[in-house]
Write a protein that binds this ligand. Structure first.
Ligand code: FNR
Length: 359
């Protein structure tokens, strides 16, 4: 049962100083099953851990005597001005964490001026989320092996106002998640939760992945939707080069939060080769293991235009619903602003590779 905010004493709330405190609280609030769905990953969770730990191998080189009274976290991304570079990752089945699911997350994103990406496998449909929250959403696509169904899914996202489509490319099949506690299939079967976007269009037994998908998909997407196309899950120079050749609109350097291939390569270690190869052709984003303002700072310095966060806002959601998501976002943005002040970088564009060093 989620903890209600009213049940938490002011003093306890003040104790929630960082994302790790929120993680702890969510552990107490959510059931074991929900928690292992959220925190789980592939094989032995080495990649899950590596994603965050790798930030510890990067140091910041701050500059002094810079006027940092006014800090701007604003960026422009995919034709839109954003208040800050901290974006909510697509995370499926958010009702597992809290009954208000994606609607609570979207309302928090609106209140706190963050961009949110809705998963193909959200419990509420992208249309319901947009309507209930008033959010201007972006959409993440899991293609089935049937393009007619994928087309319907894209139409639903566009009808809900989505202008950017994140095609997840690291999931031809599901990763080996031995710790996937929550029996999602059972919850879906019992009607407790549903995949809102697939309502009435997914035949029984059909999966949401397409192991046959290749680079040909980009051309098909161009013909079948007018959203910008961003590839989520690129981690190598070679694929970055192909992405440039296929004229996509962006890339997210991602290993799905360590839930797909247990590769032990942290996303922040993949970012430099990808950013170098893309060489400004389009924005490069990153996700995985971002838990601190300094992590965000380092990612921006190493070539990311923005970062996406997954588990951190879900810990907030599981612990406290919408207010918990808002708290997670507030913590990260506050930390980022302070770190920008301490490093002497008043705006996001000031944060360059000169400000970091890898040991
Ligand atoms: C995910 N992720 C994900 N990605 C995606 O493209 N579609 C999806 O439906 C989901 N669902 C999902 C559920 C849960 C519970 C988690 C934790 C993650 C991956 C997500 O978008 C992102 O890549 C990672 O979560 C980033 O890592 P951190 O921030 O969680 O460490």
């Amino acid at each position: 049962r989620p903890v209600l905010l009213e049940e938490i004493q002011e003093a306890d709330l003040a104790l929630l100083k960082n994302i790790f405190d929120l993680e702890k609280l969510s552990g107490e609030a959510m059931g074991e099953d929900a928690l292992s769905y959220l925190n789980g990953g592939a094989d032995d969770l080495k990649t899950v851990r590596a994603n965050h730990e790798a930030y510890g191998n990067i140091q910041i080189r701050p500059r002094r005597l810079v006027d940092v009274r006014n800090i701007s976290t604003k960026i422009e991304l995919f034709g839109k001005e954003l208040d800050n570079p901290i974006i909510l990752c697509p995370v499926g089945f958010q009702k597992v964490f809290h009954p208000d699911g994606e609607i609570a997350s979207a309302k928090a994103a609106v209140n706190r001026n963050h961009q949110m990406i809705v998963s193909s496998v959200s419990n509420f449909s992208v249309n319901e989320i947009a309507k209930e929250s008033g959010a201007d959403l972006w959409f993440q696509l899991y293609p089935t092996s049937d393009r007619a169904i994928t087309k319907k899914l894209l139409d639903r996202a566009m009808a809900a106002g989505c202008k950017v489509c994140f095609l997840t490319v690291d999931t031809p099949v599901l990763g080996n998640r031995e710790n996937h506690g929550t029996n999602l299939a059972k919850m879906i079967e019992s009607g407790e939760i549903e995949m809102g976007n697939f309502r009435d269009i997914l035949p029984e037994g059909m999966g949401i992945n397409d192991p046959g998908m290749t680079w040909e998909m980009i051309g098909w997407l161009r013909e079948n939707c007018d959203m910008k196309i961003v590839l989520k899950g690129i981690v190598t120079r070679e694929d970055a080069r192909l992405a440039v050749q296929h004229n996509v609109d962006g890339i997210v350097v991602s290993n799905h939060g360590g839930r797909q291939l247990e590769s032990n390569r942290a996303t922040i270690d993949c970012l430099p080769e990808v950013a170098e190869e893309v060489n400004g052709a389009f924005p490069v984003l990153i996700d995985g293991g971002i838990r601190r303002g300094t992590d965000i700072f380092k990612a921006l310095a190493l070539g990311a235009s923005a970062v996406c966060i997954g588990r951190p806002f879900c810990w907030g959601l599981g612990a406290l619903g919408q207010q918990g998501v808002e708290l997670a976002l507030e913590i990260l943005k506050t930390e980022l602003i302070r770190d920008m002040q301490l490093a002497g970088t008043p705006s996001v564009s000031d944060i360059t590779s000169n400000y970091v060093l890898r040991s």
